[in-house]
Design a protein around this ligand. Structure first.
Ligand SMILES: Cc1ncc(COP(=O)(O)O)c(C=O)c1O
Length: 366
């Protein structure tokens, strides 16, 4: 079986570079190489000395050490560097899932989290996200792999302290594997890093990334965390895919992680400013029913007024206001649009001003 089309990609490819205000993205407006080098305070000369030989196939040691330090009780042997988190997910699903296995996950969801398991013959047990993440429902008896993505894409909902305590108590009783997709871990608005489930039990895996949170999606560096034996198998599987990552990306990823606290502060400030701008103006935007500010990450799933077709609304917003958003239909959920907060505050504010003049046309309604 081959996977269906990746629903969000068509629009992202078409509009991400051309829209005046890009709220379709789940990452930041990306930096140029010059901007990144200035932020990292490194000279361009350093790049010239990087060998273009293959990196070690687990990823370079100093980068794995730096990543292991982001977790409690994780050693560098438990870290595999991958080309994007997508590769980490693909490898892990192939290692764990067999035909007819039950995979539970929170929905709506980032499509790869269910589309690849479906491709491998799994049955999906969907747990609907409410105004919180009902993670306890993921851990039922018959489940082979439970996937917990937090902060959650597309809703922006995170886990509170009480929920984390409950999770820690309940997880050892669960017989299946758990994957924590922690793509937005660097963007928690109350803590330095959001909670990680890595290492909670020896059946827990986690994925992570620098790309979306630090405005460097093109570097394509992600990682997989798990027990050392399983990671060795994952490394071997990776030899048939990308084998190694680009050494220039790896070098920059290392620099970003070493300076992450300094880099992330202005990023968090900009996102908070954008969230505030939307909160202040949401009642003035035609067609919008309600909005919940994200606990973490870069996106929110905004509810549309009854009877509005998400795809037509997204088209109209682009046409009249030069604002790009993703329709809920791309997440197989009508009645919502996904908004990203990674635009610059100037473009975000200007976009919201234009949005206030949106005129809902008949064809947008059911
Ligand atoms: C929840 C989630 N998981 C995984 C990914 C894939 O990440 P990458 O771009 O690093 O492959 C994304 C990308 O947006 C995501 O939102």
């Amino acid at each position: 079986m081959i996977p269906r089309d990746f629903f969000i990609e068509d629009r992202l490819e078409k509009y991400r570079l051309t829209a005046g205000c890009n709220l379709g993205e789940s990452g930041l407006r990306n930096y140029t190489v010059r901007e990144l080098f200035n932020k990292l305070e490194i000279q361009f000369e350093t790049i010239k000395c990087i060998s273009l030989a293959d990196s070690p196939n687990r990823g370079r040691e100093d980068l794995r050490v730096e990543i292991a330090n982001l977790y409690e009780n994780i050693s560098p042997e438990q870290v595999l560097i991958t080309t994007g988190t997508s590769e980490a997910l693909y490898i892990l699903f192939n290692l764990l899932i067999e035909k007819n296995d039950i995979v539970s996950l929170l929905t709506p969801a980032f499509q790869a989290l269910y589309e690849i398991p479906l491709m491998l013959g799994a049955k999906i047990q969907a747990v609907e996200v409410l105004d919180y993440l009902p993670f306890d429902k993921l851990f039922s008896d018959n489940v082979k792999l439970a996937i917990l993505n937090h902060p959650h894409n597309p809703t922006g909902i995170g886990l509170g302290q009480e929920e984390i305590d409950t999770l820690k108590k309940s997880l050892p009783k669960f017989g299946g594997y758990t994957l924590f997709d922690e793509h937005y871990r660097f963007l928690d608005y109350k803590n330095d890093l959001s909670f990680s489930g890595a290492g909670l039990t020896d059946k827990c895996f986690a994925t992570g990334s620098i790309t979306k949170c630090f405005g460097v999606t093109g570097l394509r560096i992600g990682w997989l965390i798990g027990d050392a034996a399983r990671l060795e198998k994952a490394r071997s599987f990776k030899d048939y895919l990308t084998h190694t990552v680009n050494p220039i990306s790896e070098f920059l990823a290392l620099e970003i992680l070493r300076k992450r606290k300094k880099l992330i502060l202005p990023i968090k400030n900009n996102i908070s400013e954008n969230i505030q701008t939307l909160s202040d103006n949401v009642s003035l935007l035609s067609g919008i029913e309600s909005f919940r500010a994200p606990d973490g990450g870069l996106v929110s799933f905004v509810k549309l007024k009854e009877g509005i077709i998400s795809e037509n609304y997204a088209d109209l917003l682009l046409e009249q206001c030069d604002i790009f958003v993703l329709p809920g239909s791309n997440f197989e959920r009508e009645g919502f649009i996904r908004i990203g907060f990674g635009e610059t505050p100037e473009r975000f504010k200007a976009g919201i001003e234009r949005w206030k003049n949106l005129k809902i046309a008949k064809e947008v309604l059911l």
